[in-house]
Design a binder for this molecule. Structure first.
Ligand code: SAM
Length: 671
């Protein structure tokens, strides 16, 4: 089986069947048409991604799921005669041709029609007829049709198309504004009776023609501030962006105490998870710091748990909680990407936490700074050995022997999995688990001497066991290593809450991809990935608040490749078919959108249907932005609230490579 065929089968299972497409005709047809033949050769490798792709004339080939959904809605079956308006690359017509007896396709761009005809000839698809023209008027000579599918969005349903339906025929068409439409299914019940059904929100390119938009329409699509800039609270909102503007709670300046107070509604949660749409945006860090300060100071949150490595964050924790540090500690956050935690924004929070903790007399009420992540294997091994050297030198010798198994891979643990799998090196699994158990067995004895240091060492030992497995299975790729990492983060959070005692509350900082409930994103739906946000919701229910962050454009600190230098990159304006563009069109510089089920039910309902959302990590590749950084999600199900900054700027890095010559390396303190 060719690799394209394999990917095609996987696409059908993961993107279609799992999302609820049931019609066997549709699934079989989508399994047989080679989508890679309908895009330019440069994009063939993306042919089975869950996304629309560009074709010539500034048009797109629809996302596979939308093609399947429309054909299923049209109830297309063998024997049918079908019309497709907006044939584009010819892909949907080809899929239709695998089911129906005869397919007619209309496309307004002659170049696209020529290319599609040539494809049909090459692939020997003989039951499809194409013509250049305005499909909003239909194809009267070939009518009546059993089904008509329209692949472009117009302002209303063209009467001509309804009239060309056979009795019992189905018309599937997106109708609405230039930015978003409702997918309608219209069934001709009798000569002059039609039944109409709504099938959710979609975003198509415009239908240009006599019964669609006029030529030139949409040239400024989404570039302005949107029609809602002037919408007033309580006004009758019509468009989705106006509804967002009405529901949005404007945020004050970041240093205004009222900023944090807007988040009081989640003060009784056990965990408040704060996301970010990139790992290098100053506003996301500053906003999270403002919210965190407020929750710590006013509502008794004592855990700040971040998507950073445990041993590195532990050094910061000692500093903020005024605890003595080990003499030989390495400077924290030396590993790529250093700017993620060594930046001026985080340093500001760290200094605030230290000053705040100084005013807190009971040590257990001091707020700690902890890392949930598992990448610093070397740091964790050093920390366990250092601890045992101090409390139990005999046990330290045994630990050295066990961890010796991992020694060759400590500097570059990513090579461990490959070595074990391909070169037959022994796995270190048993050794690291044994060491973790040995340490935990002595909990009573060790913790008597110093509870905090024991907790730190125990967490490092757990991390080493997780990381050994993580690096071993990472080599296979796929969901398992991601799931192990997020499960480890969740378990670390649980250990922290348990260690701080009943009623302890945590603020978590991690990327949107970790904290937005994965079950309502492509991660969970098509890739079987779970995440920290999902696990928190499953464990804590309404006592977990998942708060996502987003932006339209600006700058971001990111590298072009893994391990590369940090650059300040320009963030492209958000795509017109994304949630971000809707927020941008709401016309406010920054706001909080409460997505709680009882808050704005109409808006929530309208936002439910999945659309694109941007995810920038430590790498940003604007050249391939759609495929590298956008993914579908249902925002109101993914998050309990969304914090918006229309224009954002890059974080200020403090890593050694950014220091002025001669400045001592002291982040975040003079160790
Ligand atoms: N079904 C296509 C495929 O599989 O590649 C995707 C089509 S694309 C989303 C929509 C197409 O509709 C564009 O190629 C656009 O040129 C075309 N279009 C827009 N208005 C049209 C009209 N009035 N008549 C015919 N085609 C139209």
């Amino acid at each position: 089986m060719s690799s394209f065929e394999q990917r095609r089968r996987h696409m059908v299972d993961a993107q279609l069947a799992r999302r609820g497409v049931r019609d066997a005709h549709v699934l079989n047809a989508m399994r047989s048409v080679p989508r890679e033949e309908f895009v330019s050769p440069g994009l063939a490798e993306f042919a089975y991604e869950d996304a629309p792709l560009p074709i010539a004339e500034g048009q797109t080939i629809s996302q596979p799921f939308i093609v399947a959904e429309m054909i299923e809605a049209g109830e297309v079956k063998p024997g049918d005669k079908v019309l497709e308006v907006g044939a584009g690359s010819g892909y949907a017509a080809a899929v239709l041709g695998q089911i129906a007896d005869r397919v007619y396709g209309i496309e307004r761009h002659p170049g696209l029609v020529d290319a599609a005809r040539e494809r049909f000839q090459r692939l020997d698809y003989r039951n499809i007829e194409l013509r250049v023209g305005d499909g909003s008027q239909g194809w009267a000579e070939a009518a009546p049709f059993d089904a008509i599918l329209v692949a472009a969005g117009g302002p209303r349903v063209p009467e001509a198309l309804k009239a060309q339906l056979a009795i019992g025929g189905r018309l599937v068409i997106p109708v609405g504004s230039e930015r978003a439409q409702t997918l309608l299914k219209i069934t001709r019940v009798s000569e002059d009776e039609y039944r109409e059904e709504e099938r959710g929100l979609v975003a198509f390119v415009p239908l240009i023609g006599e019964h669609g938009w006029s030529e030139g329409h949409g040239l400024g699509r989404g570039l302005g501030r949107g029609p809602s800039s002037g919408a007033k609270p309580g006004s009758q909102a019509h468009t989705l962006e106006e509804m967002i503007a009405d529901a949005a709670e404007p945020l004050p300046d970041l240093d205004d105490p009222r900023f944090g107070a807007l988040f009081d509604r989640w003060a009784n949660c056990r965990v408040v998870l704060l996301g970010e749409a990139s790992h290098g945006t100053s506003e996301f860090y500053c906003a999270r710091a403002a919210i965190t300060r407020h929750l710590v100071e006013k509502h008794g949150f004592t855990i700040v748990a971040v998507e950073a490595d445990w041993p590195d964050a532990a050094a910061v924790d000692r500093y903020v909680r005024h605890r003595p540090g080990p003499a030989t500690g390495e400077l924290p956050f030396q590993r790529f990407p250093t700017w993620m935690w060594r930046n001026a924004e985080v340093a500001g929070l760290v200094e605030w936490m230290r000053a705040h903790n100084e005013t807190v007399t009971e040590p257990e009420w001091r707020a700690g700074f902890h890392g949930l992540d598992l990448y610093n294997l070397r740091g964790s091994i050093a920390a366990v050995l250092d601890y045992l050297d101090r409390v139990d030198p005999g046990a330290a010798r045994a630990a050295r022997e066990r961890y010796g198994c991992l020694t060759p891979w400590q500097r570059d643990p990513a090579t461990y999995g490959r070595a074990v799998l391909t070169q037959g090196y022994r796995t270190c699994e048993a050794a690291v688990i044994e060491q973790c158990q040995a340490l935990l067995r002595k909990q009573l004895e060790y913790a008597q001497q110093d509870q905090e240091s024991f907790l730190d060492a125990a967490q490092n030992a757990r991390l080493i066991a997780s990381a050994e497995r993580y690096y071993r299975i990472m080599y296979y790729g796929g969901a398992e290593s991601w799931n192990l990492r997020d499960t480890h983060m969740f378990e670390t959070l649980e250990h922290l809450l348990a260690a701080k005692g009943e009623g302890a509350k945590a603020v978590v900082w991690a990327h949107n991809s970790h904290i937005g409930d994965a079950r309502f994103t492509d991660m969970g739906i098509t890739r079987e990935e779970l995440n920290l946000g999902q696990l928190c919701r499953e464990r804590f229910g309404k006592e977990a608040a998942l708060i996502g962050f987003g932006t339209h454009s600006g700058t971001v600190a990111a590298a072009s490749d893994w391990g590369g230098d940090m650059e300040v990159k320009r963030v492209l304006p958000s795509r017109t078919d994304s949630y971000e563009r809707l927020c941008h069109a709401a016309g406010l510089p920054r706001f909080l959108l409460d997505l709680g089920e009882d808050k704005h039910p109409d808006l929530r309902q309208k936002l439910l249907h999945p659309r694109l959302e941007r995810f920038i990590g430590v790498i940003y590749r604007p050249e391939t932005e759609l495929w590298s950084h956008y993914s579908e999600a249902s925002l109101p199900q993914q998050f309990d609230a969304y914090v918006w900054f229309d224009e954002t700027t890059a974080v200020t890095p403090l890593g050694p490579e950014h220091a002025k010559p001669g400045t001592p390396e002291t982040y975040p303190f003079g160790v």
